[in-house]
Design a protein around this ligand. Structure first.
Ligand code: ADP
Ligand code: MG
Length: 701
């Protein structure tokens, strides 16, 4: 019976080979099942009728009842169109068609009562509806859908070939009429009854043609539950299997170097959160299972120190460790920091980046293979083929979102047995997203900043207030502080951005002239040597101001810098703004983040700025970001992504369901890790069907 749903969509009436090809290419609909699982993205209440005098262009889709008073042709060339005046007792609205006009005039007659459905717009001061849907009142009443009407997303290409939301709805309707059996359940019956879910058959029918809001919501809940449940079950199953299959190196000693460092080199006492996280990691490292842990901690929470202490544990057990950062600036900063922290403790630490010379590489290679190199720090140069460790035991990846999943996988191959992996990120990922994107990782959180930090004050200014801002900068510089000024750099408009940067540079060097002031600059078009030289000027306190593009976004640590000025702040995303703000507020002085923008900005941009001013809490910002942008964009940023699209659930909005089903999946696996019992058989079948041919991102090695 299941085979029926695998029928090629060509066999559905109303779908010929050309339409089938189009549906496949544009909407991924190849089979009956694909169509059935092509869920509406929203519903329109077809019980609500508007009067024509109520229409205005801000309304979403509306439904009106009335009749056509006459047709006429207007315009020339591409602007050529058919219009019809449509009226009810309250007024007239213009209907407009650019295509299919002959069909329209031969199908619809003046004087007949129609129901018109569409999005009101405005042209030449008159309300119009372009390419409306038109039905006879009688036909609407006969349709199996009297209440909520499903809206399906379509592409431009689909619409050009007359496949609209309504076409899809009709195809679904025709498919449902052909299904003469009950679609078999895909969740075990104990789950369906325990959680009072609508059964699959009903849910699939009602989601397309609900009679009302209640029914629609119950159907959607059931389908979301299932979608998210299987994702979580799949992730957790990999985790369980990995633990059963692979043995991790056992780091049972917390020995010489760790203790020596802790007692004699640590420049301050650890925060409670740092201690807790180190304990969590130590437990993993000693457990005999391979660690895969995500360490989240807001900017400035002290992740580097945690990383170092974990590397010392690896070394105490006779292993090498490496730390990978996304940019050369960051890698070399980590290198400097760690050299300084370790002092004369007697460990060999090296730096490897894209610009390391051949000689340095050869030297590192020798020490790596010989096992005398304890810690290697670098950029993705670390994962090049020819870098071979003798016994790599721990890999730490800083600022994970800059690394692709495939890059993470390459590290696994660096030694015969998979090393322990700690992924550190300062992008506070909302819990629910973390549970899905990094669902196979364990998560530790540093939720406490080192003591004595004063929260950064955030302010917003527009262009006319620039002089005031410059006055403030002079003031700060006169008390010995340093200033960041950051310009946006967005790939699509790189040329324009560099012009902004150059203009900005002119303005700033004029307002802060040499020799009284020293301004340095860092951007992506400079060579590494030039960048290093500029950074050095700023780091050693010579330069008062650092003008930069977003290269300094992550990690750069200069405690004496107290002002972060973000130019064209309206063009940055929330998490980027937060990252940039994290560059200041690292010392004992009050720090400031100044958001510069033009007067005009979008509603979303204004909301982002408002949130930045209101809170310093990275998690709150991440949650808002998720709501404003939607998870798709954030996944894009994280570059990890889910290897398939969610059909119905929404990572931003369905967080509660995610937590709920994750617990349920966890319970099931705790009792039956390999899903062998007969009542769990269906789970295995479904996992195989849903994920069988897809590569799981948790199993990329
Ligand atoms: P991030 O989590 O952003 O990577 P860092 O590791 O760069 O943060 O730490 C930020 C700053 O805080 C550094 O200057 C570091 O020396 C300092 N720091 C880290 N841990 C502590 C602590 N326990 N007490 C005081 N300062 C600390
Ligand atoms: Mg860092």
């Amino acid at each position: 019976m299941e085979d029926f749903l695998d029928t090629n969509i060509t066999y559905l009436s109303g779908v010929g080979p050309r339409r089938a090809e189009l549906l496949g290419r544009e909407a991924g609909i190849h089979t009956f099942r694909d169509l059935l699982y092509y869920f509406p993205y929203r519903y329109v209440d077809r019980t609500r009728f508007y009067k024509i005098h109520e229409l205005d262009p801000d309304l979403p889709y509306v439904q009106i009842r009335g009749s056509i008073t006459g047709f006429s042709s207007e315009g020339y060339g591409a602007g050529r169109r058919l219009t019809a005046d449509f009226r009810d007792e309250t007024g007239t609205v213009r209907l407009v068609w650019f295509k299919g006009t002959r069909w329209i005039t031969s199908t619809y007659q003046p004087g007949v009562e129609y129901i018109v459905f569409g999005k009101p717009g405005i042209f030449n001061g008159m309300i119009n509806i372009i390419h409306p849907e038109i039905d006879t009142a009688e036909k609407i009443e006969k349709s199996i859908n009297a209440g909520l009407q499903a809206q399906y997303s379509t592409t431009e290409n689909l619409k050009n070939h007359y496949v609209t939301s309504k076409t899809i709805s009709r195809l679904v309707e025709s498919l449902l009429r052909q299904i003469r059996y009950r679609i078999p359940e895909t969740l075990p019956s104990f789950l369906v009854s325990k959680y009072r879910l609508m059964d699959l058959h009903d849910a699939l029918f009602k989601v397309h043609f609900p009679s009302g809001t209640d029914e629609m919501e119950r159907a959607r809940y059931r389908l979301k539950f299932e979608e998210l449940f299987y994702i979580q079950l799949n992730l957790l199953r990999y985790k369980v299997n990995r633990n059963i299959r692979t043995k991790g190196f056992v780091f049972s000693n917390v020995g010489q170097y760790f203790n020596d460092f802790y007692h004699n080199y640590l420049p301050f006492s650890l925060t409670g959160a740092q201690k807790r996280v180190i304990r969590e990691i130590r437990k993993d490292l000693g457990s005999g299972r391979q660690m895969n842990r995500l360490l989240q901690g807001d900017v400035g929470s002290g992740k580097t120190l945690v990383a170092l202490m974990c590397m010392l544990i690896a070394i105490d057990n006779g292993y090498q460790a490496c730390l990978m950062a996304p940019t050369e600036i960051l890698a070399s900063q980590h290198y400097q920091t760690i050299l300084k922290l370790l002092g004369d403790i007697g460990l060999e630490v090296d730096l490897l980046t894209g610009s390391s010379t051949k000689k340095v590489r050869r030297d590192i290679d020798e020490k790596l293979r010989g096992g005398t190199l304890n810690i290697l720090i670098g950029t993705h140069a670390l994962i090049e083929e020819n870098v071979r460790f003798r016994n790599l035991g721990l890999v730490i990846i800083d600022e994970q979102h800059r690394f692709g999943v495939a890059q993470r996988a390459k590290l696994w191959e660096k030694s015969p047995d998979p090393p322990h992996v700690l992924v550190m990120t300062a992008t506070p990922i909302p819990r629910t997203l973390a549970m899905t994107v990094y669902g196979d990782l364990d998560v530790s959180v540093i939720d406490e900043l080192p003591p004595g930090r004063i929260p950064v004050k955030t302010m917003h200014f527009t262009e006319p207030e620039r002089n005031k801002v410059f006055g403030f900068i002079r003031n700060q510089i006169s008390t010995g502080r340093q200033i960041f000024i950051v310009y946006p750099l967005i790939r699509e408009s790189e040329k324009m951005d560099y012009r902004d940067l150059e203009d900005g540079w002119d303005t700033i060097t004029r307002a802060f002239p040499a020799p009284e002031y020293c301004v340095s600059i860092v951007h992506g078009r400079m060579s590494t040597a030039e960048k290093d030289a500029s950074m050095k000027l700023f780091k050693d306190g010579t330069a008062h101001i650092l003008v930069a593009t977003t290269v300094i976004e992550v990690g750069v640590d200069i405690p004496n810098a107290t002002v972060m000025i973000i130019e064209s702040a309206e063009r940055f995303g929330l998490s980027q703004l937060h990252q940039l703000r994290g560059r200041v507020g690292r010392g004992a002085e009050q720090s400031y983040c100044i958001l510069m923008s033009s007067n005009k900005m979008s509603k979303e941009a204004a909301k982002r700025i408002e949130v930045m001013i209101r809170t310093n809490d990275g998690f709150e910002i991440a949650e808002t970001d998720l709501q404003l942008r939607g998870p798709g964009d954030i996944e894009g940023t994280l570059q990890s992504g889910i290897p398939f699209d969610l059909r119905i659930a929404n990572l931003g909005k369905d967080g509660q369901i995610i937590e709920y089903v994750r617990n349920i999946a966890g319970e099931i696996l705790a009792n039956d890790p390999m899903l062998e019992s007969s009542e769990n058989l269906i789970l295995r079948t479904e996992l195989k069907r849903v994920f069988g041919t897809r590569q799981s991102w948790s199993n990329i090695s």
